[in-house]
Design a protein around this ligand. Structure first.
Ligand code: FES
Length: 141
């Protein structure tokens, strides 16, 4: 192996090993979002939601919110994606339609109900709607 090939290979290997396995959290750009009235609060934009079919805002004014769906969905789903067992951030598995905890494998239905422990408490969920270019949520009581 030539010196130049070795350096290129080593450099790419180092770069690849230093990257995170995947991006878990996505902080949407919400600086242009104005607040809405009442209990409804903006958590991101329609463009952000439509990009991947998921919108995670861990720092919204109502707490951590994960919205599932797109602007064309009839029913948007929004939950607090913090696992009720020990607080890990859940992942949405679209094919299975479940929220899965990467820490101890608790599973939650789309409505937030526990399907498999060790978690025993359901997730908080939110009413969700789109107004203009904003995705807004309201805590269910
Ligand atoms: S933190 Fe989620 S199952 Fe333990």
């Amino acid at each position: 192996m030539k010196r130049r090939d070795f350096i290129t290979c080593f450099g790419l290997g180092y770069l690849a090993s230093s990257l995170p396995e995947k991006v878990v959290a996505y902080a949407p750009e919400t600086t242009a979002i104005s607040s809405t009235s009442g209990d409804w609060q903006p958590v991101g934009t329609v463009a952000e939601l439509d990009k991947t079919g998921q919108l995670l805002n861990e720092n919204s004014s109502v707490g951590s919110v994960l919205v599932i769906g797109t602007s064309k969905s009839k029913n948007l789903v929004a939950v607090n994606p913090t696992c009720t067992h020990m607080g890990c951030t859940l992942e949405w598995l679209a094919e299975e339609k479940i929220f899965l905890c990467p820490c101890h494998a608790s599973e939650f239905a789309a409505n937030g109900n526990v399907q498999m422990g060790p978690a025993t408490k359901p997730l908080s969920n939110y009413e969700t709607k789109i107004e203009g270019n904003l995705v807004i949520v309201k805590r269910n009581s």
